[in-house]
Design a protein around this ligand. Structure first.
Ligand SMILES: [Zn+2]
Length: 311
């Protein structure tokens, strides 16, 4: 019998990570970027399309989000199947015996989906964070919204945490606003818990619903909600630029004022959402100075852009 490590060396030469992904119908979820394959992580079943990166020349992979881990072909199969090294060897040997098929991207298949598991614990957050000061969010507001700099390790490391709740007010974990410019360039500003059902949530909805407001402002991100709260205007955030049907359902009976960022993405989103909500009885769009986000305005500017729509 060939010792496992020697046979692994041979198998790694024979089989590519790409082949394993194709074999499992996972390749269609990845995009090719020069030498890399980039896609959602098949190990933790996240939905961030840039989480999982494969170097095709090196035959190595890495998940930059929830797993925060990487390795070779063997390690990948071991994590995908949560199996032993000898089972990995069996699987790879059988794959090596298969005739090499032309690798065509396959339609996304439904990967075995684990349900979203909400994180209920409360983490200590520092409301005196520079970013919050910069966004003119007062410590009192930050405490109320359970947001602030996290000084520990784990999901919120080097980030500002923002506590999330479902529409029934159950805490379900934290969104992380990254602070490291390099990380932001690579992965974007926000990180969400794996499998968070974002399209069924509106940030802050659980707080405003109990107050039965007549009108509600929709913004893109939590900072806008907190800024509007400081001038006593109820708001929810999409946590992005898309309005899903389930989100629309939550706010259907209310007067809605859309206040997206005044950048190209925000403007495009605003007209898309207006089209989606064309049947909504009372929808208006707040205009804010070009190039700015709601959280970049002064309180007076915020109030001025909404006053005529609210009253
Ligand atoms: Zn992962």
């Amino acid at each position: 019998m060939i010792p496992a490590h020697r046979s692994f060396r041979r198998l790694k030469r024979l089989i590519s990570i790409e082949q394993v992904l194709a074999h499992r119908g996972l390749l269609g979820r990845c995009r090719r970027q020069r030498d890399s394959l980039v896609g959602p992580c098949p190990i933790h079943h996240g939905d961030n399309p840039r989480a999982f990166v494969v170097s095709r020349s090196k035959n190595l992979w890495r998940c930059f989000t929830a797993c925060d881990a990487g390795g070779d072909l063997v390690e990948l199969v071991r994590r995908l199947d949560q199996c032993s090294y000898s089972q990995v060897a069996d699987y790879l040997s059988s794959l090596a015996r298969e005739p090499l098929r032309i690798v065509v991207p396959i339609e996304p298949t439904h990967a075995p989906t684990k349900p979203f598991s909400p994180f209920r614990r409360r983490l200590p957050l520092d409301p005196e964070a520079d970013l919050l000061r910069h966004k003119q969010i007062r410590p009192h507001t930050a405490r109320r919204f359970e947001t602030g700099r996290y000084h520990g390790r784990g999901f919120l490391r080097d980030a500002i945490g923002v506590r999330l709740h479902d529409p029934q007010a159950n805490p379900i974990g934290y969104a992380a606003r990254r602070l490291d410019p390099q990380q932001i360039r690579r992965y974007g500003k926000w990180k969400f818990p794996p499998r968070l059902p974002k399209n069924q949530l509106l940030y802050n909805f659980h707080r405003v619903r109990t107050r039965h407001p007549q009108a509600l402002v929709i913004v893109e991100c939590p900072w806008g909600v907190m800024r509007l709260h400081q001038i006593a205007i109820p708001a929810v955030a999409l946590l992005g630029t898309h309005l899903a049907p389930a989100q629309h359902q939550l706010i259907r009976p209310l007067r809605i004022i859309l206040m997206m960022d005044a950048d190209p993405a925000g403007k495009k989103a605003a007209s898309r959402i207006c089209r989606q909500m064309h049947a909504h009885p009372d929808l208006s769009v707040a205009s804010i100075p070009d190039g700015l986000d709601p959280d970049e305005l002064t309180d007076d500017q915020l109030a001025a852009s909404l006053r005529h729509l609210l009253f």
